[in-house]
Unconditional design. Structure first.
Length: 238
């Protein structure tokens, strides 16, 4: 089964990483929701990709420098609310792919997941090895995905240490493209599979790219357009 993951919810129809975007993606048939966590000054798990509020809320402030109450106050005139991880867990029912960039986010995330009895519902991804080590220590049974942006594959010692369930590179490291990048060796994917590590790929919005990835063994497809890709996938399976 190919798992279709909604990248920041449905960012085409709604603002990314907001409850309407997550709800729409779940209704559209996503198997999993991808989201990003930043910590506020008071340690709240704020759902936001950027470490600052400029891009989406036009507020010149870093998330880590203000409390969540202050975040709510400075964004109160906006039609969208910035949610917490607690809010997403409470308002959705499908698994979450939680993208973390810093080790400091792991303990608060683990606390929220434990409070919701939702560790089994989470797949923690990211490229910060220290964060993965901490996640494995705090949540021994949580699923982990190693995000990777390099044409040189990760070492075996790291893979064994953290017991990753998924290898998570961008699609252009796997397929021929117009981008001027060096690709991963094609043997990397079967080598990962031999170790029981699945292939998760981001961010795929083109149907033909999706098929090329499925053909080389992609288990997870992360997309801004989950409904379109899943419909195309299911139509060909009939």
């Amino acid at each position: 089964m190919t798992i279709f993951v909604a990248h920041r919810g449905d960012p085409v129809s709604y603002r990314e990483n907001t409850l309407p975007a997550f709800s729409a993606a779940e209704k559209a048939g996503a198997h999993m929701l991808e989201l990003d966590v930043q910590l506020s000054k008071d340690g709240q798990c704020v759902i936001l990709h950027d470490d600052r509020l400029n891009r989406l809320w036009n507020v010149d402030a870093a998330v880590e420098d203000i409390t969540f109450s202050e975040i709510q106050r400075v964004t109160s005139g906006d039609p969208y609310d910035i949610p917490l991880l607690h809010d997403v867990l409470s308002s959705t029912s499908i698994p979450l792919m939680i993208d973390v960039k810093d080790e400091s986010t792991i303990d608060p995330i683990a606390d929220v997941l434990a409070a919701h009895d939702a560790v089994a519902r989470a797949l923690v991804v990211g490229g910060n090895v220290h964060a993965h080590r901490r996640a494995r220590k705090r949540m021994p049974d949580v699923q982990l995905g190693l995000t990777w942006n390099d044409a040189t594959p990760p070492g075996q010692e790291l893979l064994r240490e953290c017991r990753f369930q998924y290898f998570n590179p961008p699609w252009w490291l796997l397929l021929q493209s117009d981008l001027d990048v060096q690709r991963l060796d094609p043997d990397v994917v079967p080598h990962m599979k031999e170790q029981g590590i699945g292939l998760s790929v981001w961010t795929v919005d083109n149907v033909e790219v999706m098929w090329d990835l499925v053909n080389i063994g992609a288990d997870v497809i992360i997309s801004n357009r989950v409904a379109d890709l899943r419909s195309a996938f299911e139509a060909r399976q009939k």
